[in-house]
Design a protein around this ligand. Sequence first.
Ligand SMILES: [Mn+2]
Length: 338
Amino acid sequence: MIVRMKKTANKAEINEFLGYIKNKGLSYKDASSSDVILYGIIGDTKAIMESDIYAFSAVENITRVQEPYKLASKKFHPDKTIIDVDGVKIGGDSFVVMAGPCSVENEEQLLTITKDVKAYGASVLRGGAFKPRTSPYAFQGLGIEGLELLKEAKEKYNIPIITEIQSASMIDIFMEYGVDIFQVGARNMQNYDLLKALGKIKKPVMLKRGMDSTIEEWLLAAEYILAGGNPNVMLCERGIRNSDKYTRNCLDIQAVLAIKQLSHLPIIVDPSHSSGRYDMIEDLAKAALAVGADGIIVEVHNKPECALSDGAQSLKPEKFGHMMNELAKIAPIVGKKL
Ligand SMILES: [Mn+2]
């Protein structure tokens, strides 16, 4: 339930209403912005009569939120969430490009790729240190050594870093190595212990959509992080399972529109894992920009043929540069800055 206060309401009147909410065993969240005073009432609000609420002099109107997620709902938070990652604003009028290798492999590889993607205009460096792989025999990532290399690249090239976290027990170590965005992978979208733990910190989290998840399940997963007290959540559409084998997954481009209709959270598109094909990345990135996504996350490798993971879907740096040029042409047409 969302309760809008009258602009003329004073603090004492508002507190009187909030006291009543607490007495009913419910909690509330201040969702006010510059021009509106708004409270989201959280808990089982079915028991309260609307007429009782309207009896408070501060109350202007009430909206019942039907969706099971509240904090992730646009109704609760009409303004778009803009997440500040070390000066990079995600969710505003910029189209943010995150790029880098699937896996951090060694110092030379990571620093070379970082230098290139930064020069071509990427504003966040991606790179996996801990890799959840379908096969236990596939490369599992360098682990802590990967975090060390990401930190080195971040400092050398002054670029924030995003990397995947698989377990709540790693949060302190990720903090220590200066990880700027904690990525929750598709396979962990419903790892509720991890989501709850990420709710207790304030670091930005990028929540990938599970490969078979509905939009509602995805937003409810985001709700776990938001309900814990961390407002810095962005979503990532990375392709859903389909039966065709020509591409790895199926980029659900309409999910971007659904998220924009339902939620205030930024939405990022991953054309690399959705298609699994380097020759589709540029055009899918254009589609993401045209449809109104807040950014993309793309795999780039200087020697894709030798990559330890996901080489077939990695762009060479020059191709990444070409894609950036193409995106720069489209951005102003759709009202975005690159
Ligand atoms: Mn990958």
